[in-house]
Design a protein around this ligand. Structure first.
Ligand code: GRF
Length: 236
């Protein structure tokens, strides 16, 4: 209970920017980073990250949740958790990918999620982002994918694993580069594929692992423990 209260207080302080440091060890890390999460739907990964920040004292400020869809369920979850939400609707948008991404960047910047001080998490964001956005936030955008990359990139990764006959699949948190699910890998978790698995059942088991590794990757990033060397990351 005590831990929860302390965690909640910390979360509130972070939200209202009452503190730029958390404790001795994070003081060494300098000013807190600001986190922006991009979603399109359910938002369960977003929720797991926000809850982990609150309860496990991850040294990052949850600054804004942005959805490209006004009806994304995750928006309500974020609001309940007291995090700012914004909608940048993509349906009917006339410009190109970069035009749209500039609108996202404007909102991120408004909430302090900058290329110098920010981390952007894609959490079920159903859009490919432009090379310009990737370059501007180089090695500051991360994504979760429901397969062990480089196997089964793109959509329906769980279905792909079943149809291929894989015995094992899993999930991957990786930096975003200009390809689709091709950036340097940060964390992976393995999930066994059972003979009688349906896409739905397998997806559930993978999702449970996603909720474990995505917050962990955010922690590693926030604590500045990930170094990128070309395609590889080293975690210390
Ligand atoms: C997850 O399976 C994630 O791996 C994929 O999209 C799904 C998003 O789910 N990129 P949620 O919105 O986080 O619940």
């Amino acid at each position: 209970m005590m831990m929860y209260v302390q965690g909640f207080q910390l979360f509130n302080d972070l939200l209202h920017d009452k503190t730029t440091h958390i404790n001795c060890s994070s003081r060494k890390l300098g000013r807190l980073l600001s986190l922006g999460i991009l979603i399109s739907g359910r938002g369960s990964n977003m929720e797991s990250i926000l809850k982990a920040i609150k309860t496990r004292k991850i040294p990052i400020k949850p600054a804004v949740i942005i959805s490209n869809r006004p009806d994304a369920k995750g928006l309500q979850i974020a609001q309940k958790l007291g995090v700012s939400t914004e909608i940048v609707e993509s349906k009917g948008f006339k410009g190109d990918r970069w035009d749209y991404d500039q609108k996202i960047i404007k909102v991120l910047t408004k909430h302090g999620v900058t290329p110098r001080n920010g981390l952007v998490c894609l959490a079920g964001f159903m859009r490919i982002i432009s090379p310009e956005f990737v370059e501007k936030y180089k090695n500051r955008i991360i994504n979760i994918h429901p397969a062990l990359l480089p196997s089964f990139p793109g959509t329906d990764a769980q279905k792909q694993a079943i149809e291929y006959g894989s015995k094992y699949t899993g999930c991957t948190v990786h930096f975003v580069d200009s390809g689709v699910d091709t950036g340097p890998i940060i964390l992976q978790e393995i999930v066994k594929v059972r003979d009688d698995d349906t896409e739905e059942i397998l997806s559930k088991r993978i999702l449970a692992k996603e909720h474990k590794i995505y917050p962990e990757a955010v922690r590693l990033f926030a604590e500045k423990r990930i170094k990128v060397y070309g395609r590889k990351t080293v975690i210390n």
